[in-house]
Design a protein around this ligand. Structure first.
Ligand code: ADP
Ligand code: ADP
Length: 230
């Protein structure tokens, strides 16, 4: 069952000027419910631009993105976003708990329900004990776990992650990768994750979408059955 459809997506920056730059040429792929898809490619291949178009942060020049057959702008509550730069995505003047609660406040969730949901989602990333602390009291990896908890706080169906583990050390990255796989399994959330690290993509994904710097080349890699119960 397809939940996300990227259909002939094209994004040109500075269109019709001398600086015109085709960041995404003509990309089409679908993602099934519960699937984990990684988008890989070298720096400049258009990965971030693609993810920004999927999330609605950027408007495509042509083509489009639909979620369960509807334009994404109609279903913003279905999306959770996690960026590489956790240090700038958490508010330093709010506790971790309040950071996680922000999307719930924005959606008008009542205070008591917010508190229960924040405690639950922080516990699910192994950080129940830091709710009253501030982001700057935590390591980078823990901050990124808070950011993941915040993205999951309103139970989105689709989690979009842009280079989420690129700024942490190797051991922390492995921990966060396994956390992401566990969250995905426990919540049944669909994940699209952008990375330039092919090993990470092979480890995490069911399927890999490859963007080439030559913007006309897009390939999908479908791994054979890995057997292992992930
Ligand atoms: P990454 O490789 O992780 O995508 P970049 O260094 O390419 O990061 O980009 C960092 C930021 O600068 C992004 O927000 C991106 O959209 C923006 N950016 C990248 N290239 C350009 C450009 N040529 N003109 C304006 N902004 C750009
Ligand atoms: P990747 O994430 O794969 O490194 P990006 O999507 O960041 O690729 O960038 C793709 C191309 O689009 C690059 O040539 C980059 O310089 C350009 N680009 C990205 N963001 C912007 C922007 N805001 N304005 C102009 N050009 C941009």
């Amino acid at each position: 069952e397809t939940v996300l459809a990227v259909d002939h997506l094209r994004k040109v920056y500075n269109e019709n000027t001398e600086q015109q730059n085709v960041a995404v040429a003509d990309v089409s792929f679908t993602v099934a419910k519960g699937e984990f898809v990684c988008v890989v490619g070298p720096s400049g291949a258009g990965k971030t631009t693609l993810l920004r178009c999927i999330s609605g942060i950027a408007a495509p020049s042509s083509g489009g993105v639909s979620f369960e057959g509807r334009p994404l702008t109609d279903v913003p509550d279905q999306l959770g976003l996690v960026f590489q730069d956790y240090g700038r995505s958490l508010y330093p003047w709010f506790t971790n708990g309040k950071n996680v609660a922000l999307p719930l406040r924005a959606r008008g969730v009542a205070k008591a329900d917010r508190a229960a949901r924040v405690a639950e989602v922080l516990a699910s990333v192994g950080l129940g004990h830091v709710e009253k602390q501030y982001p700057w009291e935590l390591s980078g990896g823990m901050q990124q776990r808070v950011a993941i908890a915040r993205a999951l706080s309103y139970r989105p169906q689709l989690l979009l992650m842009d280079e989420p583990f690129a700024s942490v050390d190797a051991q922390t990255r492995f921990d966060l990768e396994d956390l992401t796989l566990r969250v995905r399994r426990d919540l049944g959330v669909t994940v699209v994750l952008v990375t330039h690290d092919i090993d990470e993509a092979i480890y995490l994904s069911d399927r890999i979408v490859v963007l080439s710097k030559n913007p006309s080349v897009v390939k999908e890699i479908v791994p054979v059955d890995l057997g292992a119960d992930r």
